[in-house]
Design a protein around this ligand. Sequence first.
Ligand code: FAD
Length: 581
Amino acid sequence: MDSTPLRLETDILILGAGGAGLFAALHAHQANPALDITIAVKGLLGKCGCTRMVQGGYNVALAQGDSIERHFMDTIEGGKWLPDQDLAWTLVTGAIERIHELENELGCFFDRNPDGTIHQKAFAGQTFDRTVHKGDLTGIEIINRLAEQVWSRGIRRLEEHRALDFLLDVEGALAGVLLTDVRTGRYVFVQAKAVLLATGGGPTMYRFHTPSGDKSCDGLAMALRLGLPLRDMEMVQFHPTGLLAGMHTRMTGTVLEEGLRGAGGHLLDGGGVRFMANYDVQAERATRDVVSRAIFTEMRAGRTTPNGGVYLSMGHLGAANVLRQFKGMVERCADCGFDLAAGRVEVVPTAHYMMGGVEFAPDCTTERAGLFVAGEDSGGVHGANRLGGNGVANSTVFGGIAGETMAAWLVSHRAFCEPDPAALEAAIARAEVTFAPGPTTSASALEEMRETLYQAMWDDAGIVRNAQGLSRVEAVLDGLAARLAAFRLPAEARDRAFNLTWHDALNLDNLVSVSRAIVRAAQARENSCGAHHRADFPAPADVASATFTSVRSGGDATLTVTAKPVNFSRVRPGQSLLVHA
Ligand SMILES: Cc1cc2nc3c(=O)[nH]c(=O)nc-3n(C[C@H](O)[C@H](O)[C@H](O)COP(=O)(O)OP(=O)(O)OC[C@H]3O[C@@H](n4cnc5c(N)ncnc54)[C@H](O)[C@@H]3O)c2cc1C
């Protein structure tokens, strides 16, 4: 097949169509309707990504008695003082504007109290009930309304187009992005004056994980290849309650939302004994890292359910009440043979969210001029632990900001850059490697490599880590990288149109690259903090001199990790912004 790429030009190219990407498109369009905006998305716009999967809801300080200062302090303390405070402040203040925009301008309906105010429910790790929601299917409401607005504005869509690599000009300025059209396999070069990275992270390299199937850390791997610094990569959040219904179903690993524990759900070991009070005074309402570690400890001690996890039990809250509050969850559990409303459901911690991502400023700029980032691809908002409900707030708040920043940036940056032909050739060669001549490999080898990755990351770079395990997983990742470089598509899998075997190989390649960054950062942090727990360094770091990790690729496979001091720009450890703290 001709590998010469099709060429397109656009003022703004947005990679990803979740909350971050769609808000960016709408805000850039609002700032300047004359801008040519293109959204490129691996799946179908409105149908893919994790924003659509948001169940629990959206954190915002709206109610009387709550405040942005309280939301901020919860975010900082939940993040173990590692968040960048200016980013966290932007999140909590911007969430108020964004939730009103979602309701009043985009037409989202959220659940209400009898007096007409917005209902806000409890989520773990928060000192106030501030999670806005639509039942337990909040993301569908948000993404449907966003998609309608994007469709109605005539913003160009490249659906089922996968971003492969950023391209620079000969002087190192950003020229655009190389993509492939999944439907045909044809390469497409989109030349753009500004690019937003909003592909949504997503730790799908672990045995149990929650994110959507289209997510394979592509954007983070592209950022690494471009030489951008990624911060907090060791901070992978495990949601404590992934459904555990056996390895034969892909429902295993999908999340049962935090509101269940917030509403009073109990966790029981395999013998039916409630155990969380042994680990934390907040019991089931402790933060995700604490609850996940407690469950993992119970599992390692062998106090497990038939499938090897623990039980979530809601029945004591009244079956009718549970059904009314958590209809979606009850139905999902019933599909797998569990009665959530009145019985017990088997659960296991499941990799859910990456606090780590590209270093960025509150206006969504990165160190590379013309490249912006928002949503789960960005790092620094949540520090060592994200509060449930702060994820979708993050993507929508910063997505909107990115749209405005890009529109403003384009006022003074109007020229296109030509890609360096050698860089374009190298990026295509990279994507083509599976089609290169050589002895072909069975497609099932990919499945086996994926299983190896899942197990190694779960065992040794997951909820509890130590130096030996991290070295072990590092060796596994090196082996996988070498096997992937040698992987050649079998003869029957060389048609490029919807070639899912090819895309599986590309996915795995990106997952292995980003897993390496996680492992390197985890090796460098010799203490325990939030989502990162080192069994060989269980003591927490001194908060007052807290540092975050910053991983950068040297161009080849080598990664360097630097410890950078956290800037306590608004409040120092031991202090609070709350007047009556
Ligand atoms: C099951 C589940 C439940 C959740 N519940 C909550 C909750 O209750 N509250 C909360 O705050 N957060 C929740 N989260 C987290 C929240 O969904 C995310 O933090 C947030 O939606 C991320 O938004 P995003 O725009 O960054 O990414 P996404 O919404 O994931 O969008 C990423 C987009 O990038 C596209 N993409 C990926 N790779 C490429 C590529 N190579 N080229 C082009 N496009 C690409 C994807 O197709 C997708 O369109 C939940 C997550 C999951 C998985």
